[in-house]
Design a protein around this ligand. Structure first.
Ligand SMILES: [Zn+2]
Length: 200
């Protein structure tokens, strides 16, 4: 049976629908929007996506995304290097930075411990965290994991690993239900979460 959607349009819809939160109907709407938009706008979008992929690297200190290593946050001498906020993902850094309530530095773990998904300690960015704690005079780790079983397991693991070294290990008081996400929390919630942090 011949398809009513031309192959080139179908290809665009298929690729768009692979993006997170974009279902088939949303992908169709986006594709038709791009079809009607000026060609220069589509070229600029394609070019911006490719440039982003080519330019972005990971900071060798904190594993955040950046165009120059170390990243601007690690280079910022106004920030307190003794307090590290440990997060799962660069999106969590964006959420906390947008809220503008944290003056320390970050460390991106790259995920959480998850036996079910086969994520073990060796898959997380722990070597660099160990090195920073030893070399940068870190006095406190604020664990800002998303509320999940994996997040809890990771908090237990990190607390056990670092408290014995005389580091204060605290956790944010996010007040979100299990399965909630840091990146979707508003600024006020994140401010309360950081100010209300308690020992892990
Ligand atoms: Zn960095």
């Amino acid at each position: 049976m011949p398809t009513i959607i031309p192959p080139s349009l179908e290809a665009a819809i298929t690729h768009l629908s692979k993006l997170p939160t974009i279902g088939r109907r949303s992908a169709e709407r986006l594709a038709f929007h791009l079809l009607k938009a000026p060609k220069t706008q589509v070229e600029e979008l394609a070019s911006a996506l490719l440039t982003m992929r080519e330019k972005l690297i990971r900071c060798s200190h904190c594993h955040h995304i950046c165009e120059q290593d170390p990243c601007p946050i690690c280079r910022d001498t106004q920030r307190d290097p003794k307090i590290l906020c440990v997060v799962e993902d660069p999106l969590d850094v964006l959420a906390i930075e947008t809220a503008g309530v944290f003056g320390g530095k970050y460390h991106i773990l790259g995920g959480c411990l998850s036996p079910l998904k086969g994520v073990t300690a060796s898959d997380l960015n722990l070597h660099t965290l160990d090195a920073r704690v030893e070399q940068e005079g870190v006095t406190e780790l604020i664990l800002a994991m998303n509320p999940s079983v994996e997040g809890e397991a990771t908090i237990l693991f990190l607390t056990d690993r670092f408290r014995s070294r005389g580091i204060r290990v605290s956790r944010i008081a996010l007040g979100l239900p299990m399965g909630g996400s840091l990146e979707h929390a508003d600024g006020q919630t994140l401010e309360h979460a950081l100010r209300g942090r308690r020992d892990a």
